[in-house]
Design a protein around this ligand. Structure first.
Ligand SMILES: [Zn+2]
Length: 104
């Protein structure tokens, strides 16, 4: 089972969001998601790995178990996501429900 779901604001339905990182020593990074249109709390993620599109040589940062390189595997997984989105579109069930179904 593979599903695609955009995160929607529970108050106004917008898909425009702001990701606010909370980074604290000894803890995994946490991302709070806020609606860019109405400011409502949307969700919170606890990260196991963070990857951005910055090449490794640009990253002047100490190594961390919470950071993964922007490599071919990441690029391929994003291409696969785009393909899946084009083929099957968005599933409008709750994200919690989709995660639960995939975890059975
Ligand atoms: Zn909103």
């Amino acid at each position: 089972m593979e599903k695609i779901r955009f995160e929607h604001c529970p108050v106004c339905g917008s898909v425009r969001t702001e990701n606010i990182f909370h980074i604290k020593s000894g803890e995994p990074p946490v991302v709070f998601v806020r609606c860019a249109d109405c400011g409502a709390f949307v969700s919170k993620y606890v990260l196991s790995k963070y990857t951005s599109d910055k090449p490794a040589e640009m990253l002047n940062a100490p190594p961390s178990k919470f950071v993964a390189p922007f490599d071919d595997e990441v690029k391929k997984s994003y291409e696969n996501l785009q393909k899946l989105l084009k083929e099957q579109g968005e599933d409008f069930k709750l994200i919690e429900q989709l995660i639960g179904e995939a975890d059975k």
